[in-house]
Design a protein around this ligand. Structure first.
Ligand SMILES: CC(C)(COP(=O)(O)OP(=O)(O)OC[C@H]1O[C@@H](n2cnc3c(N)ncnc32)[C@H](O)[C@@H]1OP(=O)(O)O)[C@@H](O)C(=O)NCCC(=O)NCCS
Length: 172
């Protein structure tokens, strides 16, 4: 039974192997083309550049459930936001904001100075999230999403600012 959004406490923590079934279910729920089976396992166990975190909720009855995730790749000095998702029942509570801020803070500690990502042209909710962080549109990748031949909007954040990230992370 899913946790009740009302009165639940959301905690952010690193993803573990035990989380993978729930993370994969969340991915299937949130994306038209979810990651293939084994992709999250690869990120956790084989990709030394990946930072994988989850948002977990514990309801007043003690049930816990993964309701958000993020994977960011740190490549040289750049944090590439690879995926981020929040369960529909828990959206608009700044959980994605907290996850993204946390991931960028960690990457900055490890040497990132900037961030970049691709997002579907039609995905205005996600674009608004990134704009709030100061990402700007710097280009597009034509037909990047093969399912609908949809363009990707390429966004970058040239400076990871400690104070701004701390404010965004505190939004809970
Ligand atoms: C995009 C997504 C991760 C946002 O998650 P969320 O937890 O609901 O987002 P937050 O509550 O943290 O929103 C933070 C900010 O993002 C923007 N935002 C998020 N959802 C929005 C929406 N539906 N409409 C407009 N702005 C939105 C707002 O600026 C918001 O700030 P505010 O609270 O001051 O208005 C979520 O909708 C999702 O999982 N979508 C499906 C997966 C996906 O598209 N991932 C992104 C791939 S690039």
């Amino acid at each position: 039974m899913p946790a009740d959004p009302a009165g639940s406490k959301v905690v952010l923590r690193p993803m573990t192997l035990a989380d993978i079934p729930q993370v994969e279910a969340l991915d299937r729920e949130c994306f038209p083309t979810p990651w293939p089976e084994g992709a999250f396992l690869y990120e956790l166990t084989r990709n030394p550049h990946a930072f994988c975190w989850v948002a977990e909720v514990e309801s007043p009855t003690g049930q816990s459930e993964i309701i958000g995730d993020i994977v960011v790749w740190l490549v040289v000095d750049e944090a590439h936001v690879s995926t981020i998702a929040v369960s529909p029942a828990f959206r608009k509570q700044r959980i994605a904001q907290r996850l993204l801020a946390k991931a960028l803070q960690i990457c900055k500690e490890k040497g990132a100075v900037q961030s970049m990502l691709e997002v579907r042209k039609s995905n205005l909710a996600a674009q608004r999230l990134y704009l709030k962080f100061g990402f700007t549109v710097v280009g597009k990748r034509k037909g990047y999403y093969k399912d609908k031949k949809e363009d990707a909007v390429l966004m970058t954040l040239p400076v990871l600012d400690d104070e701004e990230l701390a404010d965004l992370a505190d939004a809970g």
